[in-house]
Design a protein around this ligand. Sequence first.
Ligand code: SF4
Length: 357
Amino acid sequence: MIPADDIAGHETADPTALLAWYDRHRRGLPWRALPGETADPYRVWLSEIMLQQTTVQTVKGYFERFLARFPTVEALAGAPVEAVMQAWAGLGYYSRARNLHACAQAVVERHGGRFPANETALLALPGIGAYTAGAVAAIAFDKPAVAVDGNVERVLSRLMALEEPLPRAKPAIRALALALMPKARPGDFAQALMDLGATICTPKKPACVLCPWSPPCRARREGTAETFPRKEAKKTGNLRMGAAFVAVRADDCILLRDRPPRGLLGGMAEVPGSDWSAAFDAGQALAAAPLNTRWRRLPGSVRHVFTHFPLELTVYRAELPARTPAPEGSRWRARAELKDEALPTVMRKVLAHAAIE
Ligand code: SF4
């Protein structure tokens, strides 16, 4: 932990300097209220959920399309979950889309369609953790709350040259964020910290000469900025392998099925395939094929990295007559309609590998 004296003695990292910098250099983002405007809690919440594990650049397009389709929390709550999953497809981490839908329904049912303004009530909603609760309370309602994500962790660990590694350092960093938070404009302070981390205090080559906190920053003084935050050695999962089968019917339909509703990529569409495991035996791959036909093994493989493990898929392709029925639990889908399917990125890669998309 950071000693309490250290935090107290850190008043030189002046929030006013950060806010003045923010007033000049704030990023214009589609979900962000302009100066003088009131933030819309629905837009703030939606953007914060989308931005978890996804870049601002990717989210921008999704956000606009999502909002056009579900302009209010009521519209989102009233939509079928399949429509939400489909609009989310490609953003990854699909449990977020399920929780997004469940959260919209809870806001409508429990709060009459208005997001609650305090962190405790926000935390009680599906899919809202400490970060999102803090972000929505601060940004949408200007409540005294902090939102500590990876960007903020980087800025504050550098500011303090914090030797304690992540994730153990999280409580200390949160305490520091709260200690630095000004009484006035906590929402702008939260966004200023995010912007500083995203545009100035970047992982590589931070632009310290442009930083409003350059004078008090310990890592900058010591010339060690890029080495922070310290991190505990990461355990990456073992490589998993499997086979994917792309069946193409003569009427240009592709065989698809839905994954089980819970678990990895829950409820998303996929081409049939084997289980994914470290012990996958390529010699037995055809035992998992959905149809008894002539399968052609395509050269190369498809690689995809999930949060906890990398995956390598061998892809097989077969051509079938137009009247071939779909095996139980699967369905034929016209190639032209694949864009409307909730296909995760790994499956889009498989289809591309098989020259379908
Ligand atoms: S001075 Fe450099 S390292 Fe320190 S907070 Fe600013 S950008 Fe980050």
